[in-house]
Design a binder for this molecule. Structure first.
Ligand SMILES: C[S@@+](CC[C@H](N)C(=O)[O-])C[C@H]1O[C@@H](n2cnc3c(N)ncnc32)[C@H](O)[C@@H]1O
Length: 255
């Protein structure tokens, strides 16, 4: 039976790959690289670089899968994402069915950790549920952008005994989440932190291109550096043609 591994490859620094990931890479007969247009090919190039550094065998095949365009979400965000999943499902089912032999090992190289804001696991589960392709699946954890962010800033993610919420810019736009003092925000092209209340008592630890040569880190009270981050983000995006950024927000406790 076919074997498919979802290998977490870390969020930008190839050196963050785990030993398990490197072993799984080298056991793979076929690597599947879904490619999106939004990042100008940067994430695809990162995957090729990982192979160049860590794959020792020469008979491995790489199959690029053109990821369908997602289109703008508007008010029907979940509906848009679901239609996009259906298109991906069909493209991936075809790619695996065509390129991975019955007894072969294949892998998807998943950015960061496969279990955090990534559709690969969900799409492959859906492919399996259709019953047309039989395969066994393993998930190998990777260093996520969340861990890379905290380590780069040398801060803990939670305060003593406190909770941490991981959410998206879209959710943060609804306002500060109830009952938490620490929030990590991913997928926020609109710098939603600048719309929050209490900017004088909220710290932001912001990181763009974490683990990559282009990395930028800024931290401080939102009131003092929020606007500067927004400008730095726009400049970096302009210069590189794309950007990935994440941040931790922390309500400052007054004693
Ligand atoms: C689709 S999610 C993938 C998350 C990934 N599975 C993980 O574990 O980090 C993409 C978002 O992750 C964050 N991200 C991923 N890599 C990053 C990096 N190197 N630097 C900053 N943020 C990053 C950004 O918020 C980006 O919008």
């Amino acid at each position: 039976v076919r074997e498919l591994n979802l290998i977490g490859i870390g969020a930008g620094d190839p050196e963050d790959l785990t030993m398990k990931a490197v072993k799984a890479l080298n056991r793979s007969d076929v690597l599947f690289f879904p490619s999106k247009k939004a990042d100008g090919g940067a994430l695809l190039r990162a995957r090729y670089e990982i192979c160049r550094r860590f794959v020792e065998r020469e008979d491995q095949r790489i199959v690029e899968i053109d990821d369908p365009e997602r289109g703008a979400s508007g008010y029907d965000h979940l509906g848009t994402v679901e239609r996009w999943y259906d298109l991906r499902l069909a493209a991936w089912e075809e790619a695996v069915g065509t390129h991975l032999g019955d007894e072969e090992v294949g892998a998807f190289l998943v950015w960061g950790d496969p279990t955090l804001y990534d559709g690969t696991l969900r799409v492959l589960e859906a492919v399996r549920a259709r019953g047309t392709l039989d395969f066994e699946m393993e998930v190998l954890p990777g260093i996520s952008a969340v861990q890379a962010l905290a380590a780069s800033h040398k801060v803990t993610l939670n305060q003593i005994g406190g909770s941490l919420l991981i959410t998206t810019g879209r959710e943060l736009k609804q306002g500060w989440p109830v009952g938490v003092s620490d929030v990590v925000v991913m997928l926020d092209p609109h710098c939603s932190f600048n719309e929050l209340d209490e900017q004088v008592s909220t710290m932001i630890y912001w990181g763009a291109f974490l683990g990559m040569p282009e990395q930028i880190l800024v931290s401080g009270l939102i009131a003092e550096c929020g606007e500067g981050i927004e400008r730095a983000r726009a400049r970096a995006r302009e210069r590189h043609g794309w950007i990935f950024d994440t941040y931790l927000l922390r309500r400052v406790r007054h004693r």
